[in-house]
Design a binder for this molecule. Structure first.
Ligand code: ARG
Length: 496
């Protein structure tokens, strides 16, 4: 249908090779409404008569209801050609042939893609909000659940499970903010830029932009049609977010092992083995871990596609679409899955406590208390507690509290520290796992009042974030609603 200079039809194999029809079903709806606002604008600037507009709108409305048959047309290169052909078939070339006046597939595809990505940002944002809600609820019921915190995967300090969960709400809030900020860069209309250099028609770009719910114009027609940096940014946002989800998954995978036994996945969230009957495997989390790699691959693939392109549209850009669409689908599915897993997991609080108690993870608290009570300066306190830990381990003890007075006395005498056994014992008892968090005073620590404060603060943040997301979504829904009203106002009563 587009062939004017080349003679005859394109070779079938070549057509299949260049076609993007398979991916384009994701932008089918956007392509049609983009065409609707375009012809409305062409009528408003006086190019199309009311009668021509009405026929074009009717054909486009009908196209909306036949996505499958339109997208199956294997003789077309993409959704744009398929929809235009449908319109021409419906109302004839003399009217259907006006659809692409003052428009190119180059501004068209970018308009479609931006509408799709802004929709995806909103969808991902809603799911992010839901995940944060789950994390906050679980944090709320685990404010007193003591657990070890690890550095280098070795026992580090005593903390709480809530503190762990809240740490991930922080990174997810950053993921949300990144997407929010990107939204304003995505929500700029390229429509009316044509192939690269604009049109001699006085297309009203502001009008088409506002009919589609865009906040601004992507002003320069070269940039509007051929830049894709905001698409890279979107994939980077998803990639970073998926890294966060993958790290949570990795923690949970580790903690479901018999060696840890901190967490147990719900049966409904677990897989098993065809051979080993005892198995309960965390497969969904492992799949998330691998799929996050796929999204990072999509980001790198997109950057590589883009990096050597000359300015102006090249067909290479078409291949970004499937990378974007599949990344959104994976992210959306992963967010829902992870929420389900976290919500349905059993937290073995007693096991966490036992492990925390039979560890030396309170060593730093003992050293700090020795320091704050002015028995020793910190470096000497560090050395003394290190020697106590070493002694306990070599005597087969599992915590500092297990050390007897005689053992401590011998160590103090041999090392010459100026502190009484009783005082040292008292400090060790004050720092036992159940007591130690009350001693932590710093902001953002697992101290109980800090947990309460963080949960409260994050609930407020979530509420505000959800408000902003809903507002964005509402603005788009309203634009689409207003558009269908305008379309109906033209087509109503004109059914042929
Ligand atoms: N199908 C193409 C894409 O998805 C749009 C077509 C632009 N084609 C062209 N030859 N200028 O990017």
């Amino acid at each position: 249908m587009y062939r004017s200079r080349p003679e005859g039809s394109i070779d079938r194999e070549i057509l299949n090779y260049v076609s993007s029809l398979k991916d384009d079903s994701e932008i089918f709806f956007y392509d049609i409404i983009g065409s609707e606002v375009h012809v409305i604008m062409l009528h408003e600037i006086g190019y199309l008569s009311r009668g021509e507009l009405v026929e074009l709108l009717q054909a486009l409305e009908e196209a909306k209801h036949h996505p499958k048959s339109i997208m199956k047309k294997s003789e077309h290169e993409d959704v744009h050609e398929s929809v235009e052909s449908f319109v021409v078939e419906k109302i004839g070339m003399s009217k259907g042939g006006m659809l692409q006046t003052a428009r190119s597939r180059n501004d068209q595809v970018m308009t479609d893609l931006k509408m799709k990505v802004r929709n995806d940002i909103n969808e991902v944002s809603i799911l992010l909000g839901n995940l944060v809600e789950t994390l906050l609820n679980s944090a709320d019921s685990n404010k007193q659940t003591l657990m070890l915190l690890y550095t280098h995967l070795q026992h580090a300090q005593i903390g709480t499970f809530s503190h762990y969960l809240l740490s991930y709400t922080e990174s997810i809030f950053r993921d949300m903010e990144r997407l929010e900020e990107l939204y304003s860069r995505i929500n700029q209309s390229p429509l009316g830029s044509l192939a690269i250099g604009g049109s001699s028609f006085s297309v009203d770009r502001n009008r088409t932009a506002s009919l589609l719910g865009f906040d601004q114009l992507s002003i320069n027609s070269i940039d509007a049609t051929s830049s894709r940096d905001m698409i890279l940014e979107y994939l980077a946002c998803l990639g970073i977010l998926m890294i966060t989800l993958s790290r949570i998954s990795e923690d949970f995978i580790l903690w479901t092992t018999d060696e840890f036994k901190y967490i147990e996945l719900a049966d409904s969230a677990s897989s098993t083995s065809s051979a080993m009957p005892q198995k309960k495997n965390p497969d969904p989390l492992e799949i998330l871990r691998s799929k996050s790699g796929g999204i990072l691959g999509n980001l790198i693939a997109s950057m590589t596609i883009l990096k050597g392109l000359p300015s102006g549209y090249s067909r290479d850009l078409q291949d970004l679409k499937s990378l974007v669409f599949s990344s959104t689908t994976t992210t959306v599915n992963s967010l829902s899955m992870l929420r389900f897993v976290i919500e349905s997991s059993i937290v073995h609080k007693t096991r966490m406590l036992e492990i925390a108690k039979s560890s030396f993870a309170n060593a730093i608290d003992v050293a700090e208390l020795l320091t704050s009570k002015k028995y020793l300066e910190f470096r000497s306190a560090h050395k003394l507690v290190g020697s106590l830990v070493k002694l306990a381990i070599s005597n087969g003890k599992h915590s500092l509290e297990d050390l007897g007075e005689i053992e401590i006395e011998q160590l103090l005498q041999a090392s010459g520290y100026q502190i009484q056994v009783e005082a040292l014992k008292e400090i060790i008892v004050a720092c036992r796992a159940e007591n130690v968090l009350a001693l932590r005073k710093s902001k953002g620590s697992p101290n109980h009042s800090e947990q309460v404060e963080m949960i409260h603060h994050n609930k407020m943040r979530l509420m505000n974030f959800r408000d902003r997301t809903a507002k964005r979504k509402k603005a788009i829904d309203k634009a689409y609603d207003d558009l269908s009203k305008i379309v109906r106002s033209y087509t109503f009563g004109s059914e042929s």
